[in-house]
Design a protein around this ligand. Structure first.
Ligand code: GPV
Length: 842
């Protein structure tokens, strides 16, 4: 890019210096301009979708102003950056979030109403970009919001998949996966950077030659493609700072396929171009499981290589010395998925920049940090050396070097300790030799963290024990958080208005901790009434959502009891539905006239996607739908019990579901849910949790008080012993009578689908019940009884609900991000001066 001559730059600057005004008229004219000039539509041929598109473009214009100014400012101040690397981002819809964060929602509402459009129905036109699986991807999105809001100089980096996580349909009670081509109607939020492209190489060979007495290694890739940048502005709240989520898309490289075209096979040459585009086509739909597919490795390397090249280019523009790299760059790995970044930076520093190995290592080590998100063995990434060595031969070589040097240090420290050597090694030996990406991430990082106190403690005492003993100070905890902007301010306007009145301002949106100062309102009957009204309105919204999508009529006076998350055995949706059956059988056994006295009417809702290849998870969905069918159509039961499967759980649906929930289930086997983040969203929205002492539930109990939750089940210390007790015993010995009756009912075909459902039950009957469902079932039933008892006392329930919200401040991702910045990244905020209001309104 040739810089424009100074004089003309000045001229251009003069033309651009005014910011877009935000008066009603200015907003309306910018929308209408986009209708005509961007969409090429006239006022006679104009749908709600067009309206959404024009409004989004007009908001995007405003975002771009802030976004360009922000990075210009960072650049001038020559700040340190954090690079957040993640294979997943679940950012959710952008329009409302952007308006709220730019503090323009009421202006747009009024401007649109005046033109005959309801802003809320405009919001509904937007697709939900679902470039992630679950908690890990949504966490990355909450972090972007907090990094922008707290004015940290940050970049998010990820992949622009053409297909996000599949859309889930339920057909005959089974999950059906439908491709999610989310770019169908274009994407007004992204900025395609035609000029930001990096070459990415795969395969090929490594050559060594001696140059000036030094061995130089070069890697010549045999397949070369291009990664192109697509920028997605993420505005902060109450600040002009707007940061960038840069997503890479793979494209064929035009420079490198002349050869194949010249060989004469035109169609074969085109095919190889299409293979390049395919790399970022589809998100792998596995949550917490490792897939081991070459295409996935290509995706990971593409993200890593493009991002590192981009960061290096930015660093070099300032002509800094390599030794200053860690002073200006922090790189955070969201799990091991982008762990090859460690190796890629080593490769560039050594092979291309000519640094000595030890010097390169110091720069890498001091700039990288790694977040672990699970201890589940099936999630730990291990790439086969054949696959890795074929696709990235030089990287495998560097991994072997890192391992060699590392293990030498270990054997000096612990001579002849073979157990230590083999557990710490980056290489897992065996018939199928693999590279342990977690070990690579730990060795290459100066900080390693878990995502909740319990999880971080388990890391240092179990999974990473030997690493911990080697370098205890490397290991940290950073309890997850969620952004109150999206999860209260956007999702729950009723509660937001109430909190504004309680606090006397909207300061809580950026400082959730101040809510603690208002706990006395929990006893105030007037506040309690208003609190219940807000919940009621949110329940009504969900009522219509469910009626439209599931055809079920919920009782608005019933307790809304919700479990929404990816379907996984360790999350124990199975335990929930087995309890629902228990409740159904109990109601049926009770004489009709006593039922309403004994049972609180409940609407029990499940939602979440099963990985397409995860048969047990899919059978759980089948069971929920079978029970739903039976119970909802049982005349005797009426509205005492309704069971609903909420299809296609995603971020935008969560924004309707969570605020409407009264009881929320987080019932994983103790020790297996690293943190959980929806638990935090539910608590903020005044839901009571029924849950185990797992993940962040432990800290939620600390903050809101155990008396304001329904805690049950085995503690983490008891799990192993319970498993041992079950080992080699018959399930009839470890099932209690209540569970036995439920399982017998299913096996006796009360709900149909006997083949599927028996196979499902066998996971707890004949496989030693790894997730100790049976052991926790009785205590779960008792906790459910406590729920019923409390719900009968509306005022007591509401009081606890209020306290849950007011005491949830710790779980704002603002707190989490401050800790990352101060304790891992060594990063200072850098707030750009907000152009004065008068200037904005000119
Ligand atoms: I590893 N998590 C996820 O969503 N996908 C993954 O591939 C992996 C972890 C989740 C954990 O299961 C949650 O407990 C946690 O709250 C979340 O990551 C964010 O840390």
């Amino acid at each position: 890019n040739t810089p424009v001559a100074n004089q003309s730059t000045n001229k251009i600057w003069k033309l651009m210096e005014k910011y877009l005004p935000n008066t009603k008229e200015a907003i309306q004219s910018s929308v209408v301009n986009h209708v005509e000039y961007t969409l090429a539509k006239t006022r006679f041929d104009f749908t709600l979708l067009h309206c959404y598109q024009a409004v989004s473009h007009s908001v995007r214009d405003r975002l771009i102003e802030a976004f360009n100014d922000t990075y210009q400012y960072f650049n001038n101040k020559d700040v340190k950056y954090v690079y957040y690397l993640s294979l997943e981002y679940l950012i959710g819809r952008c329009l409302q979030n952007a308006l709220v964060n730019l503090e323009l929602e009421s202006q747009y509402k009024e401007a649109m109403l005046d033109m005959g459009y309801n802003l809320e129905s405009v919001y509904e036109q937007e697709v939900d970009p679902a470039l992630g699986n679950g908690g890990l991807g949504r966490l990355a999105a909450c972090f972007l919001d907090s990094m922008a809001t707290l004015n940290y100089p940050a970049w998010g980096y990820g992949l622009r998949y053409s297909y996000g996580i599949f859309r889930q349909q339920i057909k005959d009670g089974y999950q059906v996966e439908v491709p999610d081509y989310w770019l169908d109607r274009g994407n007004p939020w992204e900025i395609e950077r035609l000029d930001v492209n990096f070459q990415i190489k795969f395969y090929g060979a490594v050559t060594k030659k001696v140059q000036d007495g030094k061995e130089r290694t070069t890697w010549e890739g045999s397949e070369i493609i291009v990664a192109r940048a697509y920028d997605n502005p993420a505005p902060g709240y109450n600040t002009f700072n707007t940061i960038n989520l840069r997503l890479w898309r793979s494209l064929p490289s035009s420079e490198f396929d002349f050869k194949s075209f010249n060989q004469g096979d035109y169609f074969k040459a085109l095919e190889s171009r299409q293979r390049a585009e395919f790399i970022t086509s589809v998100l792998y739909p596995n949550d917490s499981t490792y897939a081991g597919k070459e295409l996935r490795l290509k995706q990971q390397y593409l993200l890593v290589s493009a991002t590192i090249q981009d960061a290096i280019r930015r660093f070099k523009k300032k002509r800094k010395e390599w030794k200053e790299w860690p002073k200006y760059n922090a790189l955070q790995l969201n799990d091991t998925h982008p762990a090859l970044a460690i190796v890629e930076l080593m490769r560039i520093l050594i092979d291309i920049e000519g640094l000595e190995y030890e010097d390169a290592w110091e720069l890498v080590y001091n700039s990288f940090a790694y977040t672990n998100h699970t201890i589940l063995p099936e999630a730990l990434e291990k790439w086969g050396v054949e696959l890795l060595g074929n696709l990235l031969p030089r990287h495998l070589e560097i991994i072997y070097n890192i391992n060699h040097i590392f293990l030498e240090k270990i054997s000096r420290k612990y001579p002849n300790d073979w157990r230590k050597l083999s557990t710490l090694s980056l290489v897992e030996e065996g018939t199928h030799k693999t590279i342990r990406m977690a070990n690579l991430s730990i060795v290459g990082s100066h900080a390693v963290n878990g995502v909740a106190a319990l999880h971080s403690q388990l890391l240092t005492t179990t999974l990473f024990k030997d690493f911990y003993e080697l370098r205890p100070t490397k290991f940290q905890n950073k309890t997850n958080g969620v952004t109150p902007r999206r999860w209260i301010r956007c999702a729950n306007p009723g509660l937001s208005a109430l909190l504004n009145d309680v606090v006397g301002s909207d300061d809580w949106v950026i400082d959730m901790d101040i809510l603690k100062n208002f706990q006395k309102i929990a006893d105030d009957p007037a506040i309690q009434n208003r609190w219940m009204q807000v919940k009621r309105q949110n329940k009504e919204k969900l009522y219509w959502w469910v009626k439209e999508r599931c055809g079920v009529d919920l009782n608005l006076d019933s307790l809304f009891d919700i479990q929404v998350k990816r379907i996984h055995e360790y999350k124990r949706q199975l335990m929930n539905i087995l309890y629902v059956i228990r409740r159904y059988l109990d109601i049926k056994k009770t004489p009709a006239e006593e039922r309403r006295k004994l049972f609180v009417p409940r609407s029990i809702m499940f939602g979440g996607k099963a990985a397409p290849g995860y048969i047990t998870a899919k059978r759980i969905i089948r069971l929920v739908n079978a029970v739903s069918q039976k119970v909802n159509n049982d005349q005797e039961i009426g509205d005492l019990l309704k069971v609903v499967f909420l299809p296609n759980y995603n971020v935008s649906n969560a924004q309707v579901i969570i605020p409407a929930s009264e009881l929320s289930q987080h019932i994983s086997t103790a020790g297996l849910e690293a943190s959980g983040t929806s638990n935090m969203k539910f608590v903020m929205n005044g839901c009571l949790i029924i849950g185990t002492m797992d993940g962040a539930n432990v800290e939620i109990a600390e903050e809101v008080g155990e008396e304001n939750m329904f805690i049950f089940g085995a503690r983490v210390e008891q799990v192993e012993e319970l498993r041992n007790k079950m080992r080699n015993s018959n399930y009839r010995d470890y099932f209690g009578p209540r569970l036995t009756e439920v399982c017998d009912a299913i096996s006796n075909d009360l709900f149909g689908y006997k083949y599927d459902l028996d196979a499902l039950l066998d996971t707890i009957r004949n496989k030693n019940d790894y997730y100790i469902l049976a052991a926790d079932f009785e205590s779960y039933c008792e906790a459910q009884q406590r729920v019923d008892n409390l719900y009968k006392n509306k005022s007591e329930w509401t009081k606890k609900s209020i306290l849950n919200t007011l005491r949830s401040g710790k779980f704002s991702s603002d707190r989490t991000i401050r800790q990352y910045a101060e304790e891992i990244w060594d990063l200072e905020p850098c707030e750009i001066p907000n152009p004065s209001k008068s200037e904005q309104e000119r």
